[in-house]
Write a protein that binds this ligand. Structure first.
Ligand code: PNS
Length: 158
């Protein structure tokens, strides 16, 4: 059984994240979503809130999708969960350099491979940080995040 790990901050999950996770579900038998509990930047939503959002978004797939918050090294979490491969979405060349570095570090630390999935061009410009900025300043995030995330952002910035 193939098991993939989709790690990220998901603060908050965007339509780009949802697209990558859905595509992982179409490729792999089982998908583990790993939410970094303490992202480098301080988070708007805590890890329980981000977990709850993803659980709600993927409530129909929980038979072969698990969602966990983690802290510490991603490779340790990957070992614990017995995953075969890490999957990261790549939006643009600007993502590539950092993602390549992380992929090579993770490979050298634990021999775990990373596969890159090109983001759907529809979501190529999307990032959680920009979504938060738009929402904070009262702009519309419709079409950028799932409706329940848009509602959570509206409430957080009310
Ligand atoms: O959504 P992001 O911010 O691109 O996710 C980055 C993430 C969570 C995948 C990365 O920061 C990570 O793996 N953090 C865990 C700590 C770790 O393993 N650091 C070494 C990475 S080479």
């Amino acid at each position: 059984m193939s098991r993939a790990l989709c790690p990220g901050s998901f603060d908050p999950p965007t339509n780009g994240h949802v697209d990558v996770i859905k595509r992982c579900l179409s490729i792999f038998d089982h998908v583990v979503v790993a939410i970094v509990a303490n992202p480098s930047k301080s988070s708007l939503f805590d890890s329980q809130e981000r977990t709850a959002m993803l659980e709600e978004l993927f409530k129909d797939d929980l038979d072969r999708l698990e969602i966990h918050a983690f802290s510490g090294l991603l490779v340790d979490f990957a070992r614990e969960r017995n995953v075969d491969v890490i999957v990261k979405g790549l939006r643009a060349v600007s993502d590539f350099e950092y993602e390549l570095q992380m992929a090579q570090m993770n490979e050298s630390l634990a021999g775990i491979n990373t596969l890159f999935l090109p983001t759907n061009p529809e979501y190529g410009y999307l990032s959680s940080s920009l979504v938060k900025e738009v929402a904070r300043m009262g702009g519309s995030v419709e079409g950028l995040v799932p409706p329940m995330v848009a509602a959570a952002l509206k409430e957080r910035y009310a």
